[in-house]
Design a protein. Structure first.
Length: 427
């Protein structure tokens, strides 16, 4: 993996041309007691009836053109107090979740397609978990849900007033987001960003969020408030306020490269991924299995089967990315690497899916060609009772064409996920 210290071109700190001074003064009354006086004498603390602490920092003007900001610093350095003064009611606070409702029913007046888009934007891509109440989710999933709810509230606020034409998703929404001034977008300031999750999950969640914000999937500005410096390069913020040394500067870092190793594997590797597949945990004994590893850590799994009655054509039967690594395109990149391996053996590969994120990628990518749209799903096959089809579920099939138009080596543009693949089975 590329060094995490590599900045983006022209990414050196530079003064912000339009800033405002934010000052927060905290006062609390001291309650006198024998122990309070004893500790005061032990540490030579001056006697006082009130404690007072002042924090100050330069924040970019809200009318300036920026998309993502970061307020970072050690605990006790005034991050939350300054953010509350700087962003007011745009600072997302703790919210209560009903115990008797699925999380997808708690994001306000949004269409299902919009809710799926928000969940995908924060790396919460497992449909079975969307149906669960908030309190039964894991800590990482709860964080993603809290973040999704804050973003959903901003999206609802960004809609035109009642009586106006409601914005729609897809290309129309993305075009509107590109033409709209950044200063006019709603703002979400999120405190304790990634504080409750594993640091790898924190970096992936940050990258997934940036992908949605800068790609036009989520139309708002975002400010992360955190004590963790490791997310800075993954958030790629337009500005950073560091409350430790009290510095403020523009600084857009380049996200570290994600390099996946893809290879054939034994079917026993499926055990790690089975419970995360949204349809079934079973695996056909005749499957070709492939594993994607990032820094020697398994992150995604793919299995393929021959397409019944079609010689030389295979289909992806299982494609699973572990929850902590969802939202940045690892699954789609694995599918394409597996497609390259099949093409090396002169086989063709197809993918049938109903997942919105996969549908969006394959529809836009030159590597995939639409093969068939089945509004009512595929029917049960008469050759075997093991294949149940997708009856009653609208699905779309794509065929993998390979890296045409992306260079003879199939290389991807900088900043994307790269893979090295092998048909040799790893022990």
């Amino acid at each position: 993996m590329a060094s995490s210290e590599t900045p983006a071109p022209a990414g050196e700190p530079r003064p912000i041309s339009s800033t405002r001074n934010v000052r927060a003064v905290l006062r609390c009354r001291l309650h006198d007691s024998d122990r309070v006086r004893q500790v005061a004498r032990m540490f030579d603390l001056p006697p006082a009836s009130t404690l007072r602490e002042t924090f100050a920092a330069e924040f970019p003007d809200r009318k300036a053109e920026w998309r993502i900001g970061l307020v970072v610093g050690p605990s006790g350095s005034g991050k939350t107090s300054l953010a509350r003064r700087a962003f007011g009611r745009d600072l997302a606070g703790a919210v209560s979740w009903p115990a008797d409702r699925a999380v997808l029913d708690c994001l306000g007046e949004m269409r299902v397609e919009e809710i799926v888009q928000v969940f995908t934007a924060v790396g919460f891509g497992a449909p079975p978990s969307w149906l669960k109440p908030h309190h039964v989710l894991s800590g990482g999933e709860r964080f993603r849900c809290d973040l999704a709810r804050a973003l959903a509230a901003a999206m609802i606020a960004a809609r035109e007033p009642a009586g106006g034409k409601r914005r729609k998703g897809g290309a129309q929404t993305m075009a509107a987001g590109r033409t709209r001034s950044l200063a006019r977008l709603p703002l979400v300031a999120f405190d304790e960003f990634t504080s409750a999750v594993d640091r790898t999950a924190a970096r992936i969640a940050s990258a997934a969020l940036v992908k949605a914000l800068r790609g036009g999937g989520i139309h708002c500005r975002f400010v992360a408030i955190t004590c963790h410096y490791d997310v800075a390069e993954w958030l790629e913020p337009d500005w950073i306020v560091d409350t430790g040394p009290g510095t403020t500067h523009w600084r857009q870092l380049r996200r570290p490269a994600i390099e996946l190793s893809v290879f054939r594997c034994r079917q026993c590797a499926w055990r790690l991924f089975a419970r995360h597949h949204y349809l079934s945990g079973s695996l056909n004994f005749g499957s070709r299995c492939f594993l994607a590893c990032w820094s020697d850590t398994p992150v995604a799994f793919c299995a393929t089967l021959p397409l019944l009655g079609r010689r030389g054509i295979w289909r992806i039967s299982r494609l699973v990315t572990l929850p902590d690594y969802q939202g940045i395109g690892i699954g789609t990149r694995l599918a394409e690497a597996v497609g390259d391996l099949h093409r090396q053996q002169r086989d063709r590969l197809r993918l049938t899916t109903s997942h919105p994120a996969m549908l969006s990628h394959c529809s836009r990518s030159a590597r995939w060609q639409l093969a068939r749209v089945m509004k009512h799903g595929s029917h049960k096959c008469g050759f075997t009772s093991r294949y149940t089809g997708s009856t009653g579920r609208s699905v779309t099939s794509f065929e993998y064409l390979g890296p045409a138009g992306e260079g003879a080596e199939g290389t991807l543009p900088p900043g994307r996920i790269s893979t090295t693949q092998s048909n040799r089975q790893k022990p």
